[in-house]
Design a protein around this ligand. Structure first.
Ligand code: HMG
Ligand code: MG
Length: 292
């Protein structure tokens, strides 16, 4: 099975840095990422500009990027207002987001899990009528900074509801970056009993350094082949203080290549794209690039 990589640095990466990156740089970053071999790029978020000021230029970025026909350009959408904004600039894939933790969801979206699900039912319906691909994130799927360990059956229950709404895939987020390989195995054993592995994407943050091990067990033992990752290892959510970035795309691709996985992403091109931001990359591979 070909590995499917969603590059989330332009969204998850940039949402979490204080330094404002100008719109031209974001466009150049996405354009360079478009030539690296990644399957999808999460370009921005159509959320409240008061909550995430860094991504308030989502429309301008979408209007100006040069699209590669082999790449899907997606964005986060929290509500119908966000959907309208996204449809206006022809986003290919609409990604809604909820959480397996009530407290986190309230802080992140000012909404209970149930209210977010009822909003998403309509957003997914309209998106599908508009011939868009769809994704739903379930954040804090393993640990929550406010509620502690999350019950995997709760994640499964939410995932099943979202799939019943017709969403194409579920991205399971370790927002805190604390999941261990055993916890990933436990969750996958539970959900894959009822949900096909094609529908599952994994989104790991690296706070405790276990993201690579988590990908390894998911790929090797559960045939998961869709992963989110971030060039330079940037990332994090403003409502999870202390969480580190996403698994770095260059580290993920390097490991998958060493496992002889079918992955066609060019590591050097990822690092060259990241250079546009003029930020120090947070990855292993960026430190040894001359050796590979
Ligand atoms: P709210 O305050 O309840 O919204 O926020 P509201 O409907 O009451 O509206 C309040 C104001 O926001 C109004 O403006 C609206 O027009 C405006 P005002 O009248 O005060 O001038 N507004 C918007 N403006 C532009 N676009 C919109 C929009 N919606 C409302 N779409 C809301 C609710 C959900 C909007 C807010 O809480 C929000 O934007 N939250 C997003 C938070 C966020 O982006 N978090 C990070 C992404 S999630 C993540 O990182 C996890 C992930 O990576 C996976 C993982 O790691 O696990 C995906
Ligand atoms: Mg994230």
């Amino acid at each position: 099975m070909k590995i499917y990589i969603t590059e989330v640095a332009p969204r998850d990466g940039l949402q979490n840095i204080n330094q404002i990156i100008n719109t031209e740089k974001k466009i150049e970053f996405v354009n360079k990422l478009s030539e690296t071999g990644v399957d999808e790029i999460e370009v921005s978020s159509f959320v409240s500009p008061k909550v995430i000021p860094q991504l308030s230029d989502a429309e301008e970025v979408f209007k100006s990027i040069k699209r590669n026909n082999n790449v899907i350009y997606s964005a986060l959408v929290p509500n119908e207002k966000g959907l309208e904004r996204a449809l206006n600039v022809s986003v290919d894939k609409i990604s809604v987001f909820t959480s397996a933790s009530e407290t986190f969801n309230l802080k992140n979206t000012n909404s209970t899990i149930e209210d977010s699900l009822s909003k998403f039912k309509n957003i997914i319906k309209i998106s599908k009528e508009s011939k868009k691909l769809t994704r739903a994130y379930i954040s804090t799927a393993f640990w929550c900074p406010y509620e502690g360990k999350i019950n995997p059956y709760k994640v499964k229950e939410i995932a099943i509801k979202l799939l019943e709404f017709g969403v194409d895939e579920i991205s399971i987020g370790d927002t805190v970056g604390k999941a261990s390989p055993d916890e990933v195995s436990e969750l996958l054993e539970i959900i894959l009993n009822d949900i096909h592995h094609d529908k599952i994407v994994l989104h790991f943050h690296t706070t405790y350094g276990m993201a690579m091990a988590n990908v390894y067990v998911a790929y090797k033992n559960f045939s998961i082949y869709k992963f989110d990752s971030s060039a330079g290892g940037l990332g994090g959510c403003p409502f999870v203080p202390g969480a580190k970035g996403n698994i770095a795309t260059e580290d993920l691709v390097y490991m998958l290549k060493r496992l002889n996985a079918n992955v066609n992403v060019d590591i050097k091109k990822i690092l060259m794209a990241f250079n546009v931001l003029e930020i120090e990359p947070q990855s292993y591979i960026s430190k040894v690039i001359n050796l590979i």
